[in-house]
Ligand binder design. Structure first.
Ligand code: HEC
Ligand code: HEC
Length: 152
């Protein structure tokens, strides 16, 4: 009896930590890294809803001011994988404005202590540049104890 109580408490205590992470799935197609990590980091699919990923993948010719078009086969491969691994639980699954992780409600809340000036520092430039501050971002690690905001 005691043992079970201890186990369920351990599970409960571990939950907030999991909720703040979006581990990069290990089955990413090679095309994801090749096609979606050239201009910015390859975002972990678990940080956006299915609908957001579908929107992004069906609008690649007008992608945040650039053209990120792909051939149909690659586009389908990446879309299927993103949708399969999209956020399903916790806060990350809400529809994000402009299909931006950096505009989702949880993002704004988690970053309310980051001053406006910080986002504009030359080594940061954009809130979408997760790796500037989260050293483990490419693996989907966003834990608060691995954040280092660059001084300039
Ligand atoms: C030609 C360059 C380029 C390529 C290739 C590219 N992107 Fe982007 N992407 C951008 C730019 C520019 C932005 C806006 C970045 C900013 O605001 O700092 C962006 C933003 C994003 C965002 C929103 C980031 C945020 O939360 O604000 C997502 C999600 C995204 N891209 C996914 C993808 C996916 C998926 C692919 C591959 C199919 C891809 N991108 C390929 C240039 C590119
Ligand atoms: C200018 C630096 C900076 C950038 C860029 C940045 N973050 Fe953060 N992030 C922070 C800081 C600072 C915190 C608060 C850490 C704390 O609670 O002590 C944070 C917190 C978080 C948390 C909550 C962590 C926790 O355990 O409470 C998540 C998740 C997160 N960021 C994801 C992202 C994602 C995804 C991106 C890119 C789309 C991003 N961040 C871009 C600085 C940044």
């Amino acid at each position: 009896m005691k043992k079970y109580l201890f186990l369920s408490m351990a599970v409960l205590m571990a939950m907030p930590a999991f909720a703040d992470k979006a581990p990069m799935p290990t089955d990413a197609p090679k095309s994801y890294e090749a096609e979606c990590a050239g201009c910015h980091m390859a975002y972990p699919p678990g940080l956006l809803s299915q609908k957001n990923w579908q929107n992004i993948m069906s609008g690649l010719s007008k992608h945040f001011g650039t053209d990120a078009s792909l051939d149909v086969k690659t586009q389908t491969e990446i879309t299927n994988w993103l949708v399969k691994n999209a956020a399903s639980k916790y806060k990350y699954s809400a529809l994000a404005p402009d299909n931006r992780i950096s505009k989702s409600t949880w993002f704004i809340k988690e970053h309310d202590e980051v001053r406006a000036e910080v986002w504009k520092r030359p080594s940061v430039k954009s809130a979408a540049n997760c790796t500037a501050c989260h050293k483990d971002a490419a693996r989907g690690g966003f834990s608060a104890n691995n954040v280092q905001v660059p001084a300039k």
